[in-house]
Design a protein around this ligand. Structure first.
Ligand code: 2BA
Length: 108
């Protein structure tokens, strides 16, 4: 068995969860925050049998779009100077996915 940890954008969450549920996958959704943009995203924990791994990854890929986001970054040139916000384009997603081996899985 594998554990997929998928960090997805909030906009992609509902269609992705619907698609995964329709295909019989079980998951846990955690609200999370990206360290760089400091904005909300979602982390899905999905336990899958090895033979279903590819189908699950394909479903994530099909539902998670990459988006260009304009964010405001604060800069300061000298200590004591004012912070000046300037816009920055960042390409986010589709999804950041980690795949871990599961040593044991028990439902009681
Ligand atoms: P954030 O950390 O908020 O990052 C959002 C996007 O900002 C990233 O998109 C990437 O394009 C950019 N970015 C991140 N760190 C950067 C840096 N030091 N310099 C320049 N640009 C940077 P994604 O790569 O698609 O990542 C989306 C979200 O997935 C991240 O949100 C974070 O929550 C998670 N993530 C990405 N890589 C990760 C990793 N190695 N470990 C844990 N979480 C990760």
């Amino acid at each position: 068995m594998k554990m997929i940890i998928a960090i997805v954008q909030d906009q992609d969450l509902n269609p992705l969860q619907e698609d995964l549920t329709e295909k019989g996958f079980r998951m846990t959704n955690l609200a999370s925050t990206g360290g760089f943009l400091r904005s909300g995203n979602s982390t899905l924990l999905i336990g899958v049998e090895e033979e279903k791994l590819e189908e699950c990854l394909k479903t994530i890929e099909d539902n998670c779009k990459s988006r260009e986001i304009t964010t405001s970054v604060l800069s300061v040139t000298m200590p004591g100077d004012a912070y000046i916000p300037f816009p920055m384009e960042v390409l986010v997603g589709g999804a950041t996915v980690f795949i871990l081996d599961v040593v044991d899985f028990v439902r009681m």
